[in-house]
Design a protein around this ligand. Structure first.
Ligand code: SF4
Length: 386
């Protein structure tokens, strides 16, 4: 996974949604004015131009439209942004260009337009195939809408489709979850991302849990759902390549692999985070700065705050924690070449303890988590930061 050539990914944040879901704590706002999308697209184009003017020329590997709900953009707006990105940073016709899409906002015609505009990977926010769960989550679509969205996507020419599913929803049983997985697999997506529901107390669902109206599952129940996913998906030929991600071999998400390989990325749009030259910074989330179409864009209008300036040591520690999220793990020789650090030596005590405890393994020159540690990866990986 690690090689010596440097490259970057581009992430474009579209911070609008039709309505806020009950569990959501992402940076997104309800789309309340029809002209916001056009104004925001112009703002993004201005940011792309400004940032390209001082770009160091490192090649771009992937593009990812995330949100929010990027599928609120029109195909024409997507095409304009991709053209702009190509002029500014240089894209190529083989690279993975992903768009997240909400089944509530798309149909065949729309998807065909997106495909023609240059999107070649679709990530559908299905979340569940059980309508009761979808209502609890506050999603605007039904299970049937999701099934139709996948069929439309295939018909529109997409051959690289991810479905996002959430597990650990209050009241969810093993058989509910198995039903979800079977429905998902029946649609033959190339990729599945399975996320454990995490609730912030200020979200509507979080408040209901705080008030004792709903109960989160016990850790053991959540673990059983996770194990069930691993078993069922493996039987169907999906390979787990990261703690939450499964793919038909060859269809792993290149953009996410870039994050786990600790590569740098350019985040564009309100609230987007970039990681460039060891500095992690976040764009302004003051939407007005992007919506000031026609007023001219002051230089640096997109700038927000610096989150972190990494030292050399922080840089490679970050790479350890990210790389160990993949099931393949970290190639120790490549890591040493890239960062000049012998992990077996630096972490000899921690690695010995974790390997002896059955949480990690070293084989074929790779350091990796043991499969039984995936579900408790945060605790295990925390040992590399102390
Ligand atoms: S669609 Fe996604 S980003 Fe938008 S509110 Fe729902 S969970 Fe949040």
């Amino acid at each position: 996974m690690i090689n010596q050539q440097d490259y970057r990914g581009i992430y474009i944040h579209i911070p609008f949604c039709k309505a806020k879901c009950n569990y959501c704590d992402f940076y997104s706002v309800p789309l309340t004015a029809a002209d916001w999308l056009e104004k925001y697209t112009r703002g993004l184009a201005a940011e792309i131009e400004q940032r390209a003017s001082s770009y160091d020329g490192q090649p771009i590997h992937t593009v990812y439209f995330g949100g929010g709900t990027p599928s609120l953009l029109t195909p024409a707006q997507i095409e304009r942004l991709l053209t702009k990105l190509d002029q500014a940073f240089g894209l190529n016709s083989h690279m993975e260009i992903t768009m997240e899409a909400n089944p509530a906002t798309i149909d065949f015609k729309y998807l065909r337009g997106c495909r023609l505009a240059g999107i070649n990977r679709l990530s559908l926010g299905v979340q569940s195939f059980v309508d009761r769960e979808l209502r609890l989550l506050g999603r605007l679509h039904s299970a049937q809408d999701s099934e139709k969205a996948v069929r439309d996507a295939y018909a529109a020419g997409f051959h690289n489709i991810n479905l996002d599913l959430i597990y650990g929803i209050p009241g969810q049983t093993i058989s509910d979850w198995v039903f979800n997985l079977r429905q998902a697999m029946a649609l033959d997506p190339q990729h599945l991302s399975l996320y454990l529901l995490q609730l912030e107390p200020y979200t509507p669902l979080g408040r209901r849990v705080e008030a004792g109206q709903l109960y989160m599952l016990e850790d053991e129940q959540e673990y059983q759902l996770y194990r069930t996913s691993q078993e069922l998906l493996a039987q169907k030929g999906y390979q787990q390549y990261e703690i939450s991600n499964f793919a038909v071999p060859g269809w792993e998400c290149q953009h996410n692999l870039l994050y786990w390989d600790s590569r740098e990325y350019i985040g564009l749009g309100a609230g987007a985070v970039s990681f460039i030259n060891r500095v992690r910074f976040r764009n302004t989330n003051l939407l007005d700065r992007y919506l000031q179409a026609g007023a001219g864009y002051p230089l640096g209008f997109w700038q927000g705050e610096i989150l972190e300036k990494m030292t050399e040591d922080q840089r490679w520690i970050d790479a350890v924690v990210l790389g160990l999220r993949t099931t393949r793990g970290i190639n120790l020789t490549d890591f040493n070449k890239r960062f000049g650090v012998d992990l077996e030596q630096v972490y000899s005590g921690v690695i010995h303890e974790l390997v002896t405890g059955g949480f990690m393994m070293i084989s074929d020159g790779y350091l990796r988590l043991a499969p039984s540690a995936y579900f408790i990866s945060n605790q295990v990986l925390g040992r590399f930061i102390q």
